[in-house]
Ligand binder design. Sequence first.
Ligand SMILES: [Cu+2]
Length: 176
Amino acid sequence: MNRHTLRAVRLGLAVAAFGLGLAGCGDRSAPAPAAADANKIVRDDVYEDVLGVITNLPVAGQPGTELKIHHEHIPGFKTKEGSINVTADGVPGMKSMIMPFPVDEGVDLSGFAVGDTVKFTFVVHWGGSPAWEVTRIEKLPEGTEVDFTNKVTELPANHTDDHAGHDHAGHDHGSP
Ligand SMILES: [Cu+2]
């Protein structure tokens, strides 16, 4: 995918880290696919209208720069097997975190700035490359609040800790 296309679509967002197989998110079950079957997509999972704040933007001509978004908790985030992910400490889905987001070539990030609050859609291509990418992004009005808390709706029976009020934004992602 050409992530640096300056063509016009709507923005790009991103943050992310699920590990190449959703890389930053520490997904143990999805090692980076071998080059040979880099495009053997098992399944696409689409996450629509996720809120977040842009923390980094790709810089034209500077490889390695990328869109990063501090995204809100995504309770419905699924594993490669298709069930709702549960982090090591019992949070369903993907916790709020800052992660890199590859951007689909139809997405135009011009007009976006670090600090912008955005609503975006991204697709996880299980088994594919890129492993995930933003397909749509729009800027929200200044002052729009994003709730970065992780909501624990159902704790495993052996869990007694209350994680709900903690701020895990950062790199404690559990698997993806
Ligand atoms: Cu994430």
